[in-house]
Structures are given as C-alpha cells and as structure tokens.
Design a protein. Structure first.
Lengths: 164, 245
C-alpha cells in the first residue's frame, strides 16, 4: 500500500470504529442476533419474519394467546412493526378479559404494546374484519377502562357483555 | 536482548538524533529523565494502534449478564472522562507523547488528521478502561474512584519520565483490576432461585452484595476485562513519542 493512503485509512478506521461502537452502546443489543436486527433497524432494512407472523396470527385466531405472542416476538424482535404490535396488544386484551373481572397484569402489558403501535404509526388502522376494535386508540381505551375500578364495575348487567 | 532493542538510541550526548532504518515504533531510548522514540513505522502507528484502542473502547464497557451471559453495554460515568483527560495530560507531561510530534503545523493536514484520529481513539480507550476498572456503583465506586483521583492528582505534580509513568499506571490499573474482578467479584453472591435460598447458601456473600451494592455479572466479564487491560497496555507500549521522521 502506498504510504500516502495510510493516513486516509486511519481516519476511515477511526470513523467506522466509533460509529460501530456508538451504535452498540446506543442500541444495547443483548445477543449477536440482536446486533444484526438492530443494525437492520438503523440501516432501514428491517422487516418482520412473515412465517413467524403467520404462525402467530393462526395461534391468535385459535385463542392460543401465549403461543401467538411468542410467535409475534420472533417475527418482530425489535418491536418496530405496527401490525404485529397491534395483534400483540389485542392478544393481551383477549387473554386478560374476564366477564367478572379482568387480569390487570395482562391489561397493563397490553397498554405497553398498544403504546408502541401509537408511537410507530399514530394513524394506524387494522384491515382485519374479524376484530371489532380497529385502531390502537380503541384498544387502549378498552384496556384502560378495564384497569379502572368504578361504580359501573358492580353493575350486574356487565355479566352480559361480550369480549371484543 | 533482541535485535529490535539493539536499535534503541543512547541520547546522552546529543540532541540531534539520527534514527537507524528499520527501528520499530514505540522503542524508547531512555537516559536519565529523557525519553526519545525511534521513528515509527507507519503500519503499527496508523493501522494497528487505532484498531487496538478501538477494541479497548468497545470492550471496556462490556459486561456479561449473570443469568444468560447476555451482553450488557455500560456507558462510562462522567468521572471516567475526567480521569482519562488527566491521564492524557500525564502522557504529554511525562513525554510519553509529544504534542509537537503528533500535531504540528509543519505536518501535512492529512497526517495531522490521522494523528488526531489515533489520539482520539487513545482518549476513548482510556475513558473505557476507567469504565472497566471502576466499580459500577455504591461504596466501592467512591473508594476506588477516590484512589484513582488521588494517584492521578499526585502524578500531575510529580516529576517523572515516561517509563516511571507507565510503571505507575500499570500498578494502578493492575491493582484496580484485582480489587474489582478478584476481590469484589468473589464477594458477590451468585444468582440463585430465591432471596431466602441465597441467604441460607451464601449468607456472608449475600450480605456483602447487599451492603456494597455489588452488581452480579458472569465470570466471563473478568476475562474480557483482563484482555482489555492487556490490550490497552500493549497499545501504550506501541505508541511512539513522535510521528515525525
């Protein structure tokens, strides 16, 4: 290599090295596979795993919610896809819903998931006709309502309500 | 003595130094309190040094989780930047690095940029080395931090050459490594099923972990940080006083 190119190479090494280190300390990946997926997010080439998503959707429709969420997590490890996160939030709602009382832990996790949907795509609307709630705001309102303890919770007519 | 060391120059009588061809970067000729570096060859200084210091920068804040060995990247505390800045001032004062020899208006701009990049990687590596050696939190952080501060502050006003500085820093970093990764790591209780079970199995270590606020990391962390410290010292050894020919 010609000696005059060496200083250029030094500057390139330093810039590339600092960029990579900043990326690692900024995104804090926990495994080598996360380094790859977080790298795809930064580069804008991130996409979900379609096979895992379809598997998750099939489990969701069979009311197998833990299995559905596991598949959704595999499909969208970086939690960057609005559709996957919407189904994740919806799965928390459906699993946590009870005719007499709701599972607060499930509903709180659902609120976290639906907040991610709003952050990713504020105007998100799902095209799935099998779901009664189409927007993250409807899901969030339902989840937050379920977490509150109000006088209406003691209304016996609540026993006739249906899960959405 | 190796052939390489035979190139070391004695500068007792003369200020003008003629450096033999083939002398390796980082070779130091020390007479009394003076130290002069041989002319560095370009590859170790401009390729190897930044890679070594970047590796130290990467690994210095890295820990492995106790449960699943997952990566944990810890950003350096503000005090690490202060310590690193003082350490670099010490390098300049002791003559380990000559400012004129690295950054000079007589150098071509590109060479100055490359030299600045190498010095920047050295600064970042020093920050991360302190990040690696300082305990993360609690009482040990303040005690070890104070020891670092005391030593560096004293060194700042002491008269010494680069060899003594390297010995002093080697001893300081070595002791800090022993304290953190041998003494404190052995006082940290392993992760267990429940708090009660851990208290029954390791009451002393559990008490120390709670009292000293010790974080639980995988034993692999110590190996990584030993490698990081060794790499940093190798980097310092390879750093020439000047890059001028």
């Amino acid at each position: 290599m010609k000696e005059r190119y060496i200083p250029i190479l030094t500057v390139i090494i330093a810039i590339a090295g600092f960029s990579f280190i900043t990326f690692l300390y900024w995104t804090e990946p926990r495994t080598f596979s996360e380094v790859s997926s977080k790298g795809q997010v930064v580069l804008g080439t991130y996409d979900i795993d379609r096979t895992a998503f379809d598997e998750g959707l099939a489990n969701f429709r069979r009311d197998e919610f833990p299995a559905a969420r596991a598949a959704f997590d595999r499909a969208d490890p970086q939690k960057r896809d609005a559709i996957t996160q919407f189904y994740t939030a919806y799965s928390y709602y459906r699993q946590g819903w009870g005719r007499v009382s709701n599972d607060d832990a499930m509903f709180r996790a659902g609120v976290e998931a639906v907040d991610r949907v709003i952050a990713i795509e504020p105007n998100f609307r799902i095209a799935d006709e099998t779901l009664q709630m189409k927007t993250p705001y409807e899901v969030k309102a339902e989840l937050e309502e379920g977490l509150k303890l109000t006088l209406s919770d003691f209304n016996p007519m609540r026993l006739t309500r249906e899960r959405k | 003595m190796t052939d390489e060391h035979e190139h070391i120059i004695d500068v007792t009588e003369t200020d003008e130094i003629q450096v033999p061809d083939g002398a390796r970067g980082g070779d130091l000729a020390v007479t009394g309190n003076r130290s002069i570096a041989a002319v560095p060859s370009a590859a170790p200084t401009y390729i190897l040094l930044p890679i070594i210091f970047l590796a130290v920068t990467l690994l210095g804040g890295m820990r492995l989780g106790a449960v699943d060995n997952s990566f944990i990247f810890l950003k350096p505390a503000l005090i690490c930047l202060v310590f690193a800045a003082v350490t670099l001032v010490l390098f300049f004062r002791s003559g380990l690095i000559s400012v004129e020899g690295w950054l000079s208006e007589t150098n071509p701009p590109l060479r100055n940029a490359a030299n600045a990049a190498v010095l920047l990687t050295m600064f970042a590596a020093t920050v991360q080395l302190f990040n690696a050696l300082l305990p993360e939190q609690g009482l040990p952080f303040w005690i070890v931090g104070f020891c670092f501060f005391w030593t560096l502050w004293n060194n700042l006003f002491a008269e010494f050459d680069s060899k003594r500085l390297l010995r002093s820093l080697g001893a300081l970093f070595g002791l800090a490594f022993v304290v953190k990764y041998l003494v404190l790591a052995n006082l940290t209780a392993p992760t267990g099923a429940s708090w009660l079970q851990r208290m029954i199995e390791n009451p002393g270590r559990e008490a120390f972990t709670w009292l000293l606020d010790l974080p639980r990391y995988s034993p692999g962390t110590g190996y990584i940080q030993f490698f990081t410290l060794a790499l940093y010292l190798i980097g310092l050894y390879l750093t020439p006083t000047t890059t001028k020919k």
